[in-house]
Each structure stands twice: as C-alpha cells, then as structure tokens.
Design a protein around this ligand. Structure first.
Ligand code: KG4
Ligand code: ZN
Length: 353
C-alpha cells in the first residue's frame, strides 16, 4: 500500500510517500520545505506569509516527493492530510490541495490530527530503536511542540486520554520566547539548546537557579509562562548577559519538569512503553535525560523516540497516522473516504479524539 502524506499546519510545506508491506512502513520520500528564514525577520511565524509560501511550494514539493520515491499518482492508495490544529491560512493550503488531488485522482482522503501525527512518528520504522516491530500498550507519550504540551495515555491504537497538559505556554513556545529575550533568533528551541552547550567551555560557573514550575504539584499539569518571565527578570540582574548560563539553566528547568511529570504519570498508569513526540523532543538533553530516568525507574518499559527529523513537522508522521487510521476502517468506510474531499474542513482548533 502506498500513502501520500501532506502537512502545512505551520511553516513547513511537507509531502511524503510511505509504503507499507505487512506491518512494516518504509519512507520512500520525506520532503520538507522550511520557511524559517522568511519568518525569522519577524521573530515568529506570520500566518499569511506562511500561507503564501505554502501555495508557492506545495506543487514543487509534491513533484519532488513523487520523483524521489520513483512513483506516480496512480500508484497511491490514499491521501492523508493534516486537518488541524494549526494556523488556519496555512492549513487551508494543504487541505485544499489534498481535496483537489483526491477528486482528480479519485483517491480516498483522510484528515489527520497534527498531534496524532506527532505521536505516530514513533511508529515510523526507522524510528524504532531498538528494532522492535511494535510497541506494547498502554503507551504514555509526552507531546512537546510549539503549540502543545500534553501527557497522552494510549490503551490501544488511535485511543487518546490526555492525563496532563500545560496550563499556559507550550514548551516550544517557552523556548522560542526565551530565545527572543536572550536575542538568540528564531526558531528558538535549537538556538537555546546550542547556546546552552557553550556552558561546558566556561570556566567560571554563574549560578542562575531558575524555578521548576509545578514540579512538586500533585497533578500532571505543567506551566511554563512564569519560567519565561523568571528568565526575563534574571537578565536585569546582569550588566553583561551570561547567555550560555541562562540558556542552560532554562533548558535544564524545562527538562527537570518534563522528566519529573512523565515519571510521575508512569508511576500512576504503569505504561509498557514511554514515548516522546513533537518538535521539542528533538532536544538532545531531553532525549538523554528522559532515557536515563525511564531506565532507572522502569527498567522493563520500552523507551521510544522518533528520529530527530521526524520530531519536527513532517508529512511522514501524517502518512503513518493515516496508515493506522486506514487499517482500523471497515470496507464501507474506506469506500466512503473517496467522497471525503466534499466534507473535510481545515480546523484550527481540532480536538484529539
Ligand atoms: O512540532 P513542531 O515542529 O511544530 C509544532 O507543532 O509546533 O515544534 C516546533 C517547536 C518550536 O517551538 C521549536 O523551537 C521547538 O519545537 N524545537 C526545539 C528543538 N527543536 C525544535 N526545542 C528545543 N530544543 C530543540 N532541539
Ligand atoms: Zn508540530
């Protein structure tokens, strides 16, 4: 089976072709056209600019994805597109392109939740380390992206219970805002992480001591907006900004809270598999420290993280989630999906269900 995935929820125009053979998925092409340079001037993603770039890029990216995979439209079995959540002008380009192609090519169309896609990045075969064919349920997944911070419990495929979430800023949003405070540019996450590595070369260690918000609260929720403000107040204490020390302590505060809450959730729900998902899961410190904490606390649980290129927005994760959705559908539902181009609507606030 051949799946065409498309994703345009934010500032990446992405198209992938994913082939399934039995339960094995192979990525034939994973094309991502990033708009980072265009938005960096403004310090964040400008929705209408993003839409204009998606419109310019979607056809060339589609062409590259087919050429790289050495496939043609007649080979695909269905199309999976990000329906939401995200920026509505951006989402509209991907969903309308997918709807037009579904109609013209007479291929079924599935609308996928962006976060479902991030979670299913863990099921892309290349992501599975060690080489396990399937993860065991229940699964606990920490989703950390630019728009979301959630602890999601899955008792089976496509079944989600949000057991904890941020009360204010998402983790990626906090990274991006702190990057702005420290004048590190956009996108913030990778730049803060890079700045933090410089702390290792500094002889005199400056103590920063940022708070670890909600680390001791009895629930599984998060809060990052106060931490961002704490960084801002700290900057006022110095004449010459200790950027590396601030970036390092901010990153460590975030990692401490994320690890602590994930372990707390795991103690409560006893998952057989613990996963990370979303752009911030590309963060090296988070990956390493979470891995260590899972190994120490739950040596019998499996710990899975997507390959770094599948943590940030891409269409392979959308095609993969589409594959699991397709597998769960009846023959009648699959037939009906041929007409989904008439009904699927981009939804900026789509709920995970
Ligand atoms: O999942 P994603 O690509 O898009 C959304 O769905 O939001 O996540 C983007 C977020 C941005 O806030 C970006 O700064 C953050 O992920 N990010 C990182 C890293 N790479 C991307 N944050 C921390 N460390 C990283 N290495
Ligand atoms: Zn995302």
């Amino acid at each position: 089976m051949l799946i065409l995935g498309a994703e345009t929820s934010c500032d990446e125009t992405a198209v992938s072709l994913v082939e399934s053979k039995g339960n094995n998925l192979s990525v034939l092409s994973n094309i991502v056209s990033s708009q980072t340079k265009i938005h960096s001037k403004w310090g964040g993603v400008v929705p209408n600019l993003a839409a204009r770039e998606h419109l310019k890029n979607i056809v060339p990216v589609l062409g590259t994805a087919f050429r790289k995979a050495k496939k043609s439209p007649k080979d695909i079995d269905f199309i999976a597109v990000t329906q939401g959540p995200g920026l509505i002008p951006a989402l509209l380009i991907g969903t309308n392109a997918a709807k037009a192609l579904s109609y013209i090519w007479q291929k079924p169309l599935l609308g996928i939740h962006h976060i479902e896609g991030h979670i299913y990045a863990n099921f892309i075969r290349e992501s599975l380390k060690p080489k396990v064919q399937s993860s065991k349920f229940p699964i606990l997944c920490l989703v950390v992206s630019g728009g979301h911070t959630q602890l999601v419990l899955m008792k089976k495929h496509l079944d989600y219970e949000i057991v904890g979430q941020t009360l204010d800023d998402a983790t990626g949003e906090a990274f991006d805002k702190v990057a702005r405070i420290l004048d590190l540019g956009f996108p913030g996450g990778p730049n803060v992480a890079e700045a933090a590595t410089k702390i290792k070369n500094q002889k005199s260690k400056i103590k920063i001591d940022l708070p670890r918000p909600m680390i001791n609260s009895s629930n599984l929720n998060f809060s990052f907006s106060g931490l961002k403000t704490a960084v801002l107040y700290k900057t006022r204490e110095f004449k010459k900004l200790p950027v590396a020390a601030l970036a390092n302590d901010f990153q460590q505060a975030v990692v401490d809270v994320l690890v602590s809450k994930t372990i707390k959730a795991a103690k409560k729900y006893n998952p057989k598999t613990i996963m990370l998902a979303g752009g911030v899961s590309a963060n090296k410190e988070l990956r390493e420290q979470m891995k260590k904490a899972v190994k120490n606390n739950f040596p019998d649980s499996l710990f899975i993280i997507p390959g770094s290129k599948y943590c940030i927005d891409n269409a392979t994760m959308i095609a993969t989630a589409g594959y699991y959705r397709w597998k769960s559908m009846t023959a009648t539902q699959k037939k009906k999906a041929l007409n989904n181009w008439k009904t699927i609507q981009a939804d900026a606030n789509l709920k995970l269900k």
